[in-house]
Write a protein that binds this ligand. Structure first.
Ligand code: PLP
Length: 387
């Protein structure tokens, strides 16, 4: 695997590079795309081979028989996450934003409260609001070691009675926290105590760095499984987000049936290309993933070290994900001034912290899943602008 290869993604209908001029005013010819969460790498060779076989056959009709996909998925969960999944529990959805929307539609009513630990992946709040439910923000605290912690005691004080669901991001995006089993158990107990459903978006669960271990929420307590919807996917792990395929894994048959009803109402059925790519990735992508994790780990170390050398910039220590979370608060500049400097002077497109909800305002999120030479360029530019 040569992750150092610079692959030109311009003019390929690629959101990250081809839309950055429009969204950020940063030229794809001279700028660096460090925003949307996909990687500038090719997927595992088995994924490309699966697509090639499909092209060679040449007929691309409706997809049927998900058994090979589900078998590969169950094996992956057992092998990588020590989580025994029954194929019956799996519902294949069009990506996890769609999966989240279906959860909101299936299990909550208009005006119900949905709790988020902010700052968090921006599509959660967008989807909750678009479905006319209320976003309840529970601000994450930063502990002495500079990492995010949930504050369930404060959340308990905040509850008003109309809250129906919690959406957890595990590992957390942004900030890259890998929640400990104890933290997951405390959240599970909280949901049981307050009769809340729990949606656990674990899309980043395979992108965990050495020394850390992701725990699936379903293993936190047996009781939580009755009120839990697990969301997982191959798309971040193997860089096949364009395949828009993910899983809602629901053990409780009643919840599963409600979810199926919501899928029916939305007219949802599997995407052929996404399922073919995902099956190949689960079955044959592990070695590639190990190399990727090593590469990303080195990118993370390089970027962190570079950021700490720049006056007033601080990056959160990533335990997982390739999404660096950099705080510009100590620069004394306003968020807009920071954005202007990074976009106009450094020519870097990042995800703006405010879009992740309360607590994100002074941050920018930098996607590090790119060849190392580009990380070096980004550091040079940031150093020139901020030092
Ligand atoms: C936590 C989280 N969930 C979901 C998604 C996107 O999911 P999908 O592309 O499957 O809709 C992302 C993408 O960055 C994410 O970070």
């Amino acid at each position: 695997m040569n992750f150092d290869e610079v692959i030109d993604r311009r003019h390929t209908n690629c959101m990250k590079w081809d839309s950055m001029q429009q969204f950020y005013g940063v030229s794809p010819d001279t700028g660096l795309a460090m925003w949307v969460a996909d990687m500038d790498f090719r997927p595992p060779p088995a994924v490309t081979a699966a697509l090639q076989a499909e092209i060679e056959h040449g007929v691309h009709g409706y997809f049927g028989d998900e058994s090979a996909y589900k078998t590969a998925l169950c094996h992956w969960m057992q092998h990588r996450h020590q989580w025994a999944v029954d194929p019956e529990w799996i519902k294949t959805v069009h990506g996890l934003v769609a999966g989240t929307a279906l959860c909101i539609q299936a299990f909550t009513q208009v005006k119900d409260g949905v709790i988020l630990f902010t700052p968090v992946y921006h599509a959660f709040a967008r989807t909750i609001k678009a479905n006319q439910r209320e976003v309840i923000e529970s601000p994450l605290q930063i502990d002495a070691s500079g990492l995010y912690r949930m504050d369930l005691a404060a959340l308990e004080q905040q509850l008003q009675g109309h809250e129906r669901m919690v959406i957890l991001c595990s590992p957390h995006n942004p900030g890259g926290r890998v929640w400990s089993m104890q933290e997951l158990q405390e959240l599970a107990d909280f949901c049981l105590k307050h009769d809340l459903l729990l949606v656990s978006d674990e899309i980043h669960h395979d992108l965990v760095f050495q020394g850390y271990k992701h725990s699936p929420m379903s293993l936190a307590t047996p009781q939580i499984r009755e009120r839990l919807i697990m969301l997982t996917a191959t798309t971040k792990t193997f860089n096949i987000a364009g395949g828009l395929t993910g899983n809602a894994i629901i053990e409780n048959p009643e919840l599963r049936s409600q979810f199926s009803q919501a899928m029916l109402a939305a007219g949802s059925s599997p995407n052929r290309f996404g399922v073919l790519m995902s099956t190949a990735a689960y079955a044959q992508g592990e070695e590639w993933l190990e190399s990727l994790l090593e590469y990303l780990d080195n990118n993370r170390r390089l970027f962190d070290a570079g950021i700490q050398q720049i006056k007033s910039l601080r990056s959160m220590h990533l335990e997982a994900t390739y999404l660096a979370w950099v705080n510009f608060a100590e620069t004394g500049l306003s968020p807009q001034q920071v954005i202007d400097k990074v976009q106009k002077e450094a020519g870097i497109a990042t995800s703006h912290g405010a879009s992740f909800g309360s607590g994100g305002e002074t941050y920018l999120r930098f996607n590090l899943a790119m060849p190392r030479s580009r990380i070096e360029q980004a550091l040079e530019r940031l150093t020139a602008v901020f030092n």
